[in-house]
Design a binder for this molecule. Structure first.
Ligand SMILES: [Zn+2]
Length: 205
């Protein structure tokens, strides 16, 4: 199955907003100049669900972060971008991932991991519908496994190690939001380093 051609404007808005928060206005400007996506310098994407911009534009932004920051330099910054992107979505656009009715404070502590598994499946279905990529969720002893192929974050990249830190940060944000504690997420397979899919493990607390 191939991915969608266009993605909702608000996804671009959220991505640029968090990149600007983390990298600063000048940092975001350099990335956009580097990517030749100058259209976003002149005009921020709108906060709606209209499909104006290409899937490729999204991948261009995320891969440029790695090209500009370098493989090891990108790690902390991109993880932070992913985490903040999750929190901004939960704040201003929870409907994107069907989480508008989730109230973590109301979940009893002993039910939080189970609830996370449930909510993450809902979010994954929504992500599949938005991106058109194939997502697989597995529940294992070690924790929740999420696999993506093709991957909108690392398309076209060749790296030594796993590189989809935005997804790592995003999943860590979602897990932390629901479980109320810091949760470790690791990427164990990555298409950019030659694997056939990207694979993320949310380590069971
Ligand atoms: Zn990837």
């Amino acid at each position: 199955m191939s991915h969608r051609e266009k993605l909702p404007n608000i996804l671009f808005y959220i991505t640029l907003r968090v990149c600007e928060d983390v990298l600063g206005e000048k940092g975001l400007f350099s990335i956009l100049k580097y990517t030749r996506l100058k259209k976003f310098i002149d005009e921020y994407p709108t906060k709606d669900l209209d499909l104006t911009h290409d899937y490729e534009d999204f991948t261009t932004i995320t891969t440029a972060l790695i090209e500009v920051l370098g493989e090891s330099g990108a790690k902390d910054i991109m993880t932070e971008v992913g985490k903040r992107a999750f929190y901004l979505i939960a704040d201003i656009a929870p409907y994107l991932f069907n989480i508008e009715n989730v109230v973590p404070e109301r979940i009893p502590p002993e039910r939080r991991y189970e609830e996370f598994l449930k909510v993450y499946r809902v979010m994954t279905d929504a992500a599949s519908a938005i991106f058109g990529d194939i997502y697989t969720i597995l529940e294992q002893e070690a924790g929740l496994i999420c696999e993506i192929s093709p991957c909108y974050l690392c398309k076209g990249l060749r790296t030594k190690g796993p590189i989809c830190y935005i997804q790592v940060g995003f999943m860590a944000g979602a897990a932390e939001w629901i479980m109320g504690e810091e949760i470790q997420v690791v990427e164990t397979l990555c298409i950019a380093k030659g694997d056939d899919r990207c694979r993320f493990v949310v380590v069971k607390p």
